[in-house]
Design a protein around this ligand. Structure first.
Ligand SMILES: *Cc1c(COP(=O)(O)O)cnc(C)c1O
Length: 403
């Protein structure tokens, strides 16, 4: 077994070697600009982009012409939310989202607020899920957009986006979902979900960093979106700029592999995740699962460890790469806003571990992680004991917390 062990697949995934192989020719040999219409160099690149567009579309049950390429889910979220708000300004000025969204959605909404848009941030329950009645109640005649993520990047919970899609559709409201963590991991179909706008990114599904996509439903009247950049007619003028051909080719290949292997990967990783949880509950006292276990990505586990200090815990894990929260937030010793939204205390939120299992995770690695935590946690508690005396840790019964 090779150390260190990578269990942070929600932050990013390694690029699958088959994806690398597909990309390589498009750096030097087939370097053409996909917009060059007058020679073979351009045609080759355009053909590769077309193929990739089909592969990305197929993964989400869409048609190729409904997908535009971007630099990743951050850009797709910005384009979806700002683009819709700008285009529908005279129809309304109210957006609904959720407190546990990724910063790429939350910060975008904050900016809209500074420009006079009203934003409702729906709360979540202990299980991390929103209440559909609260979605219905939040809607007004001025509501133009609902943005709710498919799978959470910290706790892996799956929001009821199919139902939200139906609620939005019934009221003629645009429905956007940030599906960066869901696509490639679990089945995702834009028709079944009635999603109008879907954000994807390649580097969470074994593709390269810096490339993503936005699905845009063709509606009548046409779904209006204003571009964020000016400069050309690429991607229907919604995302001008020379296409990142090698990245797009890799993204397409990565989607095709996920399409073929998702079912078996998810089954294997779900069983492995359950083994990790069972091992931790069995061998480490004071473990609590954060968020719904039932409504969750099979690849995710997020637990709090009672009676230890967060940073010491991460340090103690040594050669196991996990995080305490989202990658963009780690480093700062701040409790995760997602866990806080679930009602988890600051201390427990800081002493939380996000495990993201992925295509290259093995049984042996998971067993190593269980062993390591079973060794390290009691040791850390002794340290806390000797420092804090009276505040010493007394194990409560282990719980799985949520359903
Ligand atoms: C990773 C992630 C993003 C950001 O995607 P980039 O392609 O890195 O910009 C957005 N939303 C969610 C849920 C993510 O997990």
């Amino acid at each position: 077994m090779k150390l260190p062990i990578y269990l942070d697949y929600h932050a990013t995934t390694p690029v699958d070697p088959r994806v690398v192989e597909a990309m390589v020719p498009y750096f030097a040999e087939r370097f053409g600009n996909a917009s060059s219409r007058t020679h073979k160099f351009g045609w080759d690149a355009a053909e590769a982009v077309d193929r990739a567009r089909g592969e990305v579309a197929r993964l989400i049950g869409a048609r190729a012409r409904e997908v535009i390429f971007t630099s990743g889910a951050t850009e797709s979220n910005n384009l979806a939310i700002k683009g819709t708000a700008a285009a529908l300004r005279d129809r309304g000025d109210h957006v609904i989202t959720v407190v546990t969204e990724h910063h790429a959605v939350l910060d975008t909404c904050r900016r809209l607020e500074r420009e006079g848009v009203r934003v409702t941030y729906l709360p979540v329950g202990r299980d991390g899920l929103i209440d559909l009645d609260q979605v219905r109640e939040a809607m007004t005649d001025r509501t133009i957009l609902i943005s709710v993520m498919a799978a959470n990047n910290e706790i892996g919970v799956l929001q009821p986006i199919g139902e939200i899609g139906r609620i939005a559709r019934a009221r003629g409201v645009v429905f956007h979902t940030d599906a960066a963590q869901a696509t490639g991991k679990i089945p995702f179909d834009v028709e079944a979900l009635q999603a109008d706008l879907v954000s994807l990114t390649a580097h969470k599904l074994y593709g390269p960093k810096g490339v993503g996509a936005l699905f845009i439903r063709p509606r009548t009247p046409k779904l209006p979106i204003l571009p964020m950049f000016d400069g050309g007619s690429q991607e229907h003028g919604l995302r001008p700029g020379t296409l990142n051909v090698p990245g797009i080719v890799g993204f397409g290949r990565a989607c095709a592999i996920c399409q073929d292997e998702m079912e078996q990967d998810a089954a294997r990783l779900g069983a492995l995740r359950d083994r990790l949880l069972a091992g931790l509950l069995d061998r480490v006292e004071g473990i609590a699962v954060n968020g719904s276990l039932a409504e969750r990505l099979p690849q995710n586990l997020n637990v709090s460890v009672e009676g230890v200090e967060g940073e010491a815990l991460l340090m103690g894990l040594g050669d196991i790469a996990v995080s305490a929260g989202a990658a963009c937030a780690s480093g700062a010793a701040e409790p995760s806003y997602v866990l806080k939204a679930l009602g988890v205390s600051d201390d427990l939120a800081l002493a939380s571990l996000r495990f993201g299992l992925g295509r290259f995770t093995t049984d042996e690695e998971v067993d190593y992680v269980i062993d390591r935590l079973a060794t390290v946690v009691p040791r850390l508690r002794q340290t806390v004991d000797s420092w804090a005396g009276a505040r010493s840790y007394r194990p409560a019964r282990s719980t799985t917390g949520m359903s």
